[in-house]
Design a protein around this ligand. Structure first.
Ligand code: B12
Ligand code: SF4
Length: 617
């Protein structure tokens, strides 16, 4: 008979969720913990609603409904304040609280300073948590830290799990319904085919938790995938191993088995190291065959010196070659870059987007250097006095918590915005054939830049406005005129020059001027300092920020999820019962109406700026 019998597990939400669907968590970490104890307890539950504050209410309701005697909370650093809230709620109900995951593993003393946390599970939690459930708190269970009368007790290190095939599959069925799909049926889901990583990049906390690389056998992986496979519904499975391609032979065997068993109705995405892609050249066609469509590569910087300071163990030639290989094999690549390295200057950093473009990446994400506790960069930046904030809510890769020798925190944000703007380019805008098309395209780009900046709760609205505007001015200085790549516009002549202004405040604006000369088009960006009202379409940055406030991240996540599921499975729309259900759900969504109304106002306000005045009255 186990000591704890009624367990609730919950992954604390990141305080700031980036609106990038691939990075939304599927709570797999806690599903692993659930898998380890599923036969030992009478009650095993998880609260509803991952992506908004309703999780707290749902958690409270579970604590009232079941006789929960143990709550297990998972926390990364950026989620720690939410983890604390959950622990406080559990304590209000007098429940024993265990916390695990990256943040408590690295900073157990800090976590145990809270009265609402009873024990920290350090490292991989399956075996440790199971022993805790079975026997209750004991100094004989390795991998725990807890308080006793005289201070904090560390029970000794628990080694990582060597036989990773022995780990129970994550108990996906425990997850609550998410946008109409039950926990084991998620169309967008995560799998780990290995644990750990053989490398030690200076900014990564991997070696605090999962340590060296251990791969599951191909048979074991394919058994789990066969449970996820649905011939009628294409699922998007993220292979979120630290490095899926560490063992190429193993990856190839996984492909072979999937092909042999006909388990190929998947859309896979994964992350890898540049060198592993090169080593894996031979199997790229097979990876494509099983449905791999995207590989994320940590490129980090276009400067060799920085790469070597970060212990990246690859050079820029290899980066170019790896991307060429994936392109040849029909696999898209997404590059991750970190802005705010050591002694890189503003000029050095402004080279990022040009480099990213030259690589032919499908997407590039520019993030800011974030020194997660326990990493090498944490100590380096701390020793140099360069960490400017220990507010864990800001540890999300988009809010700068450091300064460098050459940039203060706000400059780092501006440069991040600059990189995003400069990478995104304007060639697609130039393909639009009407003023309406151009305006809609520009608005959606600006909205996505603002949405990423919104994650940064340390910025005031004024700072968001200034940073974005300054980033455009920096872009304008470097790129006063952008030419269309396409030269086939003779049949679709713009009738006139089209001008759209981005207004910072009265008398301070940037004009985007679109011109057509025969078969070519171009866009010039011109700074304008004049209070004389312009006859052009005007996008007010204030209106845009107000609009982005109206659209919650939670709502965006819902839209992205639904969009992704339908993109992978257009036939679902043809299923009339499902279609009617979807449609009626959509029409009943009040937020949709509210947001559509704000979007129409923003759009029409841009076309006829006077209407913006009417609206604000
Ligand atoms: C896969 C991965 C992701 C995935 C999945 C993340 C997720 N939430 O599950 C994706 C791509 C979505 C992702 C996104 C982000 N990630 Co990430 N990611 C990783 C990666 C590469 C591997 C992690 C892994 O192997 N997990 C395997 C699973 C089984 O482990 P686990 O979830 O940690 O759970 C185990 C233990 O932690 C423990 N445990 C966990 N919870 C609990 C709870 C209890 C009660 C107990 C007892 C035990 C326990 O037991 C579990 C089973 O062994 C690591 C780097 C690395 N190589 O480790 C970075 C890493 C975890 N990510 C990190 C970060 C910062 C992020 C982002 C915030 C970045 C961003 N803004 O985009 C987002 C956050 C997204 C989110 N909503 O959670 C940091 C975390 C550092 C920190 N101290 O917080 C890491 C370490 C990378 C780094 N920079 O150092 N990430
Ligand atoms: S960043 Fe990637 S390659 Fe580097 S140590 Fe972390 S998981 Fe390994």
């Amino acid at each position: 008979m186990s000591y704890f019998k009624h367990v609730c597990l919950v992954e604390a939400l990141q305080s700031a969720n980036t609106p990038i669907p691939r990075f939304f968590s599927d709570s797999i970490g806690v599903c692993y913990i659930a898998g380890a104890i599923k036969h030992d307890v009478e009650t095993l539950v998880m609260p509803e609603n991952y992506f908004n504050d309703a999780v707290f209410e749902s958690f409270r309701a579970l604590l009232k409904r079941y006789p929960i005697d143990l709550v297990g909370i998972s926390s990364m650093t950026g989620a720690f304040n939410n983890a604390m809230k959950l622990a406080l709620i559990a304590k209000e109900h007098g429940v024993f609280v265990a916390m695990g995951g990256f943040h408590p593993t690295v900073l157990p003393e800090e976590v145990l300073r809270l009265d609402c946390v009873d024990v920290v599970v350090i490292g991989e939690g399956e075996a440790t948590f199971r022993e805790l459930v079975l026997h209750g708190l004991s100094k004989d269970i390795k991998g725990l830290a807890y308080k006793d009368g005289s201070g904090i007790v560390f029970t000794g290190e628990r080694p990582v799990i060597i036989d990773v095939n022995s780990i129970d599959f994550p108990l996906r069925s425990l997850r609550p319904e998410r946008y109409g799909e039950k926990g084991s049926e998620y169309s967008i889901d995560t799998i780990y085919t290995s644990r750990g990583c053989p490398w030690t990049c200076s900014f990564c906390a991997n070696d605090q938790m999962h340590k060296h690389w251990r791969g599951r056998s191909p048979e074991n992986v394919v058994e789990e995938l066969s449970m996820l496979h649905d011939p009628k519904k294409k699922k998007h499975i993220k292979i979120w191993d630290a490095n899926f391609l560490t063992n190429i032979k193993r990856a190839e065997q996984i492909c072979d088995l999937l092909i042999e068993k006909g388990l190929t109705n998947f859309k896979f995405g994964t992350e890898s190291r540049v060198k592993d892609v090169i080593r894996g050249e031979r199997i790229l066609p097979k990876l494509r065959q099983i449905g791999l469509h995207l590989i994320g590569l940590g490129i980090e910087s276009p400067h060799e010196k920085t790469l070597s300071l970060m212990n990246k163990n690859n050079n820029l030639e290899e980066v170019k070659y790896a991307i060429e290989l994936t392109r040849k094999n029909g696999i898209s690549t997404e590059g991750y870059f970190i802005v705010g390295h050591y002694s890189e200057t503003i000029e050095d950093t402004m080279a990022y987007p040009e480099f990213a473009k030259s690589l032919g990446l499908s997407k590039a994400l520019f993030m800011v250097m974030t020194p997660y506790p326990g990493t090498k960069v944490f100590h380096e930046y701390q020793n140099a006095g360069n960490i400017v904030s220990y507010d864990w809510d800001l540890y999300n890769n988009y809010s700068p918590v450091v300064k460098t020798a050459c940039m203060d925190a706000l400059t780092i944000v501006k440069i991040m915005a600059y990189c995003t703007i400069a990478f995104s380019g304007y060639r697609s805008v130039l393909r639009r054939n009407s003023k309406h098309g151009i305006l809609a395209d520009l608005l959606s780009r600006l909205f996505s830049f603002i949405s990423i900046m919104k994650v940064n709760k340390s910025l005031t609205e004024n700072e968001v406005r200034n940073s974005l505007f300054d980033a455009f001015l920096m872009y304008q200085e470097k790129n006063p005129v952008i030419e269309s790549e396409d030269n086939s516009f003779s049949k679709k002549q713009w009738m006139e020059t089209i001008v759209i202004s981005l207004e910072h405040s009265p008398g301070k604006a940037i004009d985007f001027v679109f011109e057509q000369h025969g078969i070519r088009r171009n866009m010039s960006i011109v700074k304008r300092d004049s209070e004389i009202p312009t006859p052009n379409a005007v996008i007010s940055l204030d209106d845009l920020i107000a609009f982005s406030r109206a659209v919650s991240i939670d709502w965006m996540i819902k839209v992205f999820f639904t969009g992704e599921i339908l993109k992978n499975n257009p036939h679902l729309l043809l299923n009339s019962a499902r279609f009617v259900r979807q449609l009626s759900r959509l029409l009943a969504d009040r937020d949709l109406w509210r947001i559509s109304r704000s979007a129409v106002l923003l759009y029409s306000g841009a076309l006829e700026p006077d209407r913006a005045i009417v609206r604000s009255r």
